[in-house]
Design a protein around this ligand. Structure first.
Ligand code: SAM
Ligand code: DTB
Ligand code: SF4
Length: 323
């Protein structure tokens, strides 16, 4: 039986990451089978409830106000519009609904009150509600929990060492502090990062090391391939190869066996065989729907075809399983 460990060393993680790739997949697939049903994939839907105009300088992000991208600024959506989108997502088979806002942090204002109403509404539909709203105080985390928030997404994005090359308007510590506030409020933690931003392999290993040595592993770890967007500083970054995605996913799977590992941004540039390799390497969650926050994603129909081909089934909402 594989033990859950929080005392991984950089050397151990590097040794896993650098294994001959087929051995790595085999080991990850074995751990995956100990902890999960390999036929099940969690289907999550994203909705950008407040888009663009963000004061931060995240080099990858099309929503940062300072870069000139095609993203149009949209103020916070109305609660009823969000509920309609959640109904569509549920009908299409999604069990988790994640609302994203292009904010640096949550402020205690009317917009936050509206988000609280959105959380209550989506929660009452039997969906797992997730939010990604930027930094949170412990009190804000508790308010979200009380409204029925199931999970909070807050990515580390990269290693502590490379962080300053990507974002200067907040620190790595700020990110870790928010994660700890989320954890303390008993909200499920979703935290991962992006590859393909010009980082070294050491940075990828460093990010996994931070995640895998948190006091408790995040319940989900999204692995995003950079979606290069025109107008952002990273617009010309070359595409990451499937083997890099596979190494990240497999290393996350082996070091954090119980975690849901999400094959996140970047699927539009992967074919079915490449995605199948990622599932083999331990990915067991995806974002569905034709849009992520602002960039394209394979639509529900395409994913339905993929599930049929690979004989995968969407995982039931955690809440339904408990009920
Ligand atoms: N503003 C909040 C924040 O930064 O935490 C929430 C929304 S933000 C868009 C959520 C995450 O999306 C980022 O942490 C980053 O990992 C991911 N992301 C943004 N732009 C991306 C891109 N072009 N390619 C891949 N992932 C991206
Ligand atoms: C995550 O790790 N990936 C999602 C979600 N968490 C919020 C966001 C991906 C965004 C890709 C760029 C866009 O569509 O704007
Ligand atoms: Fe703003 Fe989040 Fe984009 Fe950074 S990643 S610019 S904080 S929306």
């Amino acid at each position: 039986m594989t033990a859950i460990r929080n005392n991984w060393t950089r050397e151990e993680i590097a040794a896993i990451y650098n294994k001959p790739v087929l051995e790595l997949i085999y080991q990850a697939a074995s751990v995956h089978r100990e902890f999960h049903d390999p036929q099940e994939v969690q289907v999550c839907t994203l909705l950008s409830v407040k888009t663009g105009g963000c004061p931060e300088d995240c080099a990858y992000c099309p929503q940062a106000a300072r870069y000139h991208t095609e993203v149009k600024v949209q103020k916070l959506m109305e609660v009823n519009e969000v509920i309609e989108k959640a109904i569509e997502a549920k009908e299409a088979g999604s069990t988790r609904f994640c609302m994203g806002a292009a904010w640096r942090e949550v402020r205690d204002n009317r917009d936050f009150d509206k988000v609280i109403e959105m959380v209550k509404g989506v929660n009452s539909m039997g969906l797992e509600v997730c939010c990604t709203l930027g930094m949170l105080t412990p009190e804000q985390a508790q308010k979200l929990k009380d409204a029925g928030l199931y999970a909070y997404n807050h990515n580390l994005d990269t290693s502590e060492e490379y962080y300053d090359d990507i974002i200067t308007t907040r620190t790595y510590k700020d990110r870790l502090d928010t994660l700890s506030h989320v954890r303390k409020a008993n909200i499920s933690v979703c935290s991962g990062g992006i590859i393909g931003m010009g980082e070294q392999e050491d940075d990828r290993i460093g990010m996994l090391l931070t995640l895998a040595t948190l006091p408790e592993h995040p319940e989900s770890v999204p692995v995003n391939a950079l979606v290069p967007v025109e107008g952002t500083p990273l617009e010309d970054q070359p595409k990451v190869s499937v083997w890099e995605m596979v190494r990240m996913i497999a290393t996350a799977r082996i070091t954090m066996p119980r975690t849901m590992v999400r094959l996140s941004a970047g699927r539009v540039r992967m074919n079915l065989e490449e995605q199948a390799l990622c599932f083999m390497a331990g990915a067991n969650s995806i974002f569905a729907g034709d849009k992520l926050l602002t960039t394209p994603n394979p639509g529900y129909i395409k994913d339905q075809e993929m599930f049929q081909q690979l004989q995968l089934t969407p995982r039931k909402a955690h809440k339904e399983v408990i009920a």
